[in-house]
Design a protein around this ligand. Sequence first.
Ligand code: OAD
Length: 272
Amino acid sequence: MVDPAGGEGTRTWEEARQAIRAGRGIVILTGAGVSAESGISTFRDPRDGLWARFRPEELATPEAFRRDPRTVWEWYDLRRRGVLGCEPNPGHRAIARFLLERDDTVVVTQNVDGLHQRALEDEVEAWGQGADEALARAAARILPLHGEILRVRCSRCDYNAAHREPVNSDSKETLPRCPQCGELLRPAVAWFGEMLEERVLERSIEAAASARVCVVAGTSALVHPAASVPQFTLRSGGSLVEVNPEETPLSARARWRFRVGAATALPRLLDP
Ligand code: OAD
């Protein structure tokens, strides 16, 4: 039976839903595809992917920042303005509701856009009493493996803070400086050739290793260690659900595959 929403039959959707509902310990690994329907470019789309239009070695490496911090900041600031102009989509919102409903859920995201967090804030907005605690508890289970574009960190000391203000990249002198040591601040994101934050990676792996189901949504599964996270669920006997219009290196190992956009598939899989 061909499913109009692009799945492999309504039984398949129902089976995947039941597996997600039944299993304690759910990990949801997300990539750029989850934010595509919010209007944020993915990286590897051959037409409008960021890495089809820009050269990562000139914009997303520590060497590039040392060589030309002005150009790096100019590009990140453009992306930050783009992110601030976008809204979470139904896929982010379904994940947020699931996080609030189920304290056994961890979201491991490669996305730096903060839309999982904003979707959570939207979902609890009407709650009134108890909203702040629920938000804090759920937000602590979002693990931003590649950092956050709306934060900055110092390129020398341990300063790290939320930062949404526009960055003036007219000259090196106008770039933001660390209030602790005076060194240049940089976007708090992982660049090529850098180690990921150890604690966040450890927590991601621990969560995946104890999950019964790992939902992998909107990632090409080409960048490691993020793409290795679902392997920990598989190794401990859990199953994968993949949401992606395209085939990926993980597809063959996924028990359920849904070849539709995340904004359609995630509410259908995660909502009660
Ligand atoms: P990619 O651009 O590599 O892959 C995006 C994936 O999303 C592709 O497999 C698409 O088929 C899929 N996709 C597109 N639209 C979708 C939709 N509406 N719903 C669901 N899936 C959709 O992005 P990532 O896998 O996130 O790292 O890339 C991983 C990392 O590579 C990024 O975090 C970034 C980049 O270099 C850093 O910057 C450190």
